[in-house]
Design a protein around this ligand. Structure first.
Ligand code: ZN
Length: 342
């Protein structure tokens, strides 16, 4: 018997993990949709017996529904139209469980508190120069040596960000992040085969946490800023400017891809942004790459993507026992499986 009160936001999370609507849950638990809605809004409180029933139907420990929960906004999702609402909510609920794991891991000294700098963008129309400066500032605050970031995922974890890979049954959801103040969560997509893309995605989500935090989200300008930040963070202008070719010089671009561990597409875009390549040269390069099928699969593969390790290490340790008792085991298992290196 838990001493803590029923936490209404946990019910919503558990329901979204199961992919059920309020009406579906009501049917399976033998309740009315109005009752579920009132439990979730806080207008009514379920009896202990009802909490047990809800726990059983949703396959979560009863204690899960009693833990306090830190709320945050809906999350930085890309391509909202491509993802169904159910998939997106389910992915967000999984990120909440990842946050729970990070909190538990931190309580056993297996995880650092976040020291992600908050440097909010001045607005939706913040210029590229401002975003470049912010990216350089984060590199400097975190003492990142010049040159390529050796492991972006490892860097985020070292600064208290919980990183997981999304379980495969949520395919179709791109990378996203949730800006919890203690341990922000970055969720990487299910695409396991592209190291360059995975690094860029991680830097893009870091951008949201630094630039946008709890504030603005879900609009195109915010996504553009996150892309600008990621490019500047992974390829600092003062270091890469003179290395970038002014012509469509593939051998040089291949070498830069290997060195900076970013995609050819990102390098070409960087060459254009920094004024090394004219628009017409850039377009010629993109057309050539399309004709050769490189927009789908690029040459010069970089090997396995970076994988998160911190939460997996915690889950592999005996200290994770209490957390496992409180959290839905099916979800924890799916996080473990999805995030583990193949
Ligand atoms: Zn984004």
């Amino acid at each position: 018997m838990s001493t803590q009160a029923f936490e209404r936001t946990r019910l919503r999370t558990a329901r979204e993990l199961a992919g059920l609507s309020q009406a579906q849950l009501a049917r399976e638990a033998g309740l009315t949709p109005a009752a579920i809605s009132q439990f979730e809004s806080g207008a009514a409180r379920p009896s202990p017996d009802t909490v047990s029933t809800l726990g059983e139907v949703l396959a979560v420990p009863t204690d899960f529904l009693h833990q306090t929960m830190i709320e945050t906004h809906e999350g930085f999702f890309r391509s909202l139209r491509r993802t169904s609402v159910i998939d997106r909510r389910r992915a967000r609920a999984i990120a909440h469980v990842a946050h729970d794991l990070a909190v538990h891991a931190a309580s056993t000294d297996k995880f650092h508190s976040s020291d992600v700098p908050m440097i909010p963008a001045s607005g939706l129309d913040a210029g590229a120069a401002e975003i470049e400066r912010t990216a350089a500032q984060v590199r400097s605050l975190w003492d990142i040596p010049s040159g390529p970031v050796s492991n972006v995922v490892g860097l985020l974890e070292a600064h208290g960000i919980a990183v997981i890979r999304l379980p495969l049954d949520s395919a179709g959801v791109d990378a996203f992040s949730l800006p919890f103040p203690d341990h922000p969560v970055v969720v990487l997509g299910t695409d396991k085969n592209d190291r360059a893309r995975s690094r860029f995605d991680s830097a893009h989500e870091l951008a949201h946490l630094v630039l946008h935090g709890e504030q603005i989200w879900g609009v195109k300008e915010v996504e553009t800023q996150a892309h600008q930040f990621a490019a500047a963070f992974l390829m600092p202008a003062d270091e890469i400017h003179d290395q970038l070719p002014t012509t469509v010089d593939w051998p040089t671009l291949f070498g830069l891809k290997r060195h900076w561990q970013v995609s050819l597409a990102a390098l070409l875009m960087r060459a254009r942004t920094l004024g090394r390549m004219s628009d017409s040269t850039y377009l010629t390069a993109i057309k050539t790459a399309s004709a050769r099928g490189w927009r789908r699969v690029e040459p010069v593969p970089l090997g396995q993507p970076e994988e998160p390790t911190k939460l997996l290490d915690y889950l592999a340790s005996p200290e994770s026992g209490p957390a496992r008792d409180l959290l839905p085991s099916r979800v924890v298992k799916s996080i473990e499986t999805a995030s583990a290196t193949a």
